[in-house]
Write a protein that binds this ligand. Structure first.
Ligand SMILES: [Zn+2]
Ligand SMILES: [Zn+2]
Ligand SMILES: [Zn+2]
Ligand SMILES: [Zn+2]
Length: 306
């Protein structure tokens, strides 16, 4: 026993009913035997790792434990983040926890093959614990961040859900077809910082592409930029190409590129200038008129291959 104050609570270990009926006990034993016999086939059919998974479940947070796994002097185990949270007091028997590791369970945890956490999204691979963590960071089934720029949107989901989220919650236009002709009109072209972020989604080859248009300050120079992002993995994005064109009065700027996956943040693509950059003086020239209004017509095309 830990001396002075080590015990948070004393547990009564003797049963109240000392004069326990022996016949009743025998009968109970028989019935449990029958029960367990009849349940044996069922239990045997279950995956053998099930019991191990139960052993490795942290009694506090219910997550699977992985090294370092801690235990109290009575052998109750818990995960390292919960050990920190329970202020060194075993949540099961309330003994002081100390610093005892459960090496046997750690070995079991390391040997265990675990399913990817995105199994419900379609990934059926299994991994030892630490490679599982590494895999999950790059799993192609992991949910995508909402590609809408200019607002702090925390929605994460698969592509079909993201597409309907863009339509319903961000009022984004959805167009069918692989060519586009888009007009961007803004009344105060000199307020670059306040320029609205604009996003249109194109449905093409059965996939979705985000066309971004926005204004920002590139160094000292105000610019407009249009670029395409692919709603899927980068490996698939590379199978597509696109062009963007803007112009007027027999002059035009053309950009040909490869869409970037929405795995890359909007900001990252913008800052790498991987798209059609339009200096403001050209944008105003293409807009014509008295230069008090921005009126750009951007045309483009998406195709398969380079
Ligand atoms: Zn825990
Ligand atoms: Zn304990
Ligand atoms: Zn996975
Ligand atoms: Zn969103």
């Amino acid at each position: 026993m830990a001396p002075g104050g080590g015990v948070c609570k004393v547990v009564e270990s003797h049963p109240k009913y000392a004069n326990y009926d022996i016949t009743a006990a025998k009968a109970e034993k028989r019935s449990t035997q029958i029960k367990s016999n009849s349940g044996w086939g069922e239990k045997h059919g279950m995956p053998s790792t099930n019991g191990v998974h139960e052993l490795l479940e942290c009694p506090v947070c219910k997550n699977l434990m992985y090294p370092p796994i801690h235990q109290c002097p009575n052998g109750h185990t818990l995960c390292s983040s919960c050990k920190f949270r329970v202020h060194n007091c075993c949540p099961t028997c309330h003994l002081e926890l100390g610093n005892i590791r459960c090496l046997a369970l750690e070995k079991v945890a390391e040997s265990l093959e675990l399913p990817c956490r995105y199994q419900s999204l379609g990934c059926y691979d299994t991994f030892p614990y630490f490679s599982k963590l590494k895999h999950e960071q790059h799993c192609r089934f992991r949910p995508y961040n909402c590609p809408y720029a200019g607002s702090e949107c925390s929605v994460m989901a698969d592509i079909p859900t993201i597409v309907s989220h863009l339509k319903e919650d961000h009022q984004v236009d959805l167009h069918d077809g692989c060519t586009f002709n888009h007009r961007y009109v803004k009344s105060k072209p000199h307020e670059v910082e306040n320029a609205t972020w604009m996003l249109t989604v194109f449905n093409c080859f059965g996939r979705q592409f985000c066309l971004h248009f926005e204004a920002f300050q590139l160094g000292m120079a105000p610019v407009y930029m249009a670029f395409l992002r692919f709603m899927g993995e980068d490996s698939e994005a590379k199978k597509f190409s696109y062009t963007l064109e803007v112009g007027a009065y027999d002059r035009k700027l053309t950009w040909q590129g490869v869409p970037r996956s929405i795995r890359y943040s909007h900001r990252k693509v913008r800052d790498s200038q991987d798209g059609l950059l339009i200096p403001r003086h050209l944008a105003l020239f293409f807009s014509g008129g008295d230069r008090q209004e921005l009126k750009l017509r951007i045309t483009g095309r998406i195709w398969k291959g380079q």
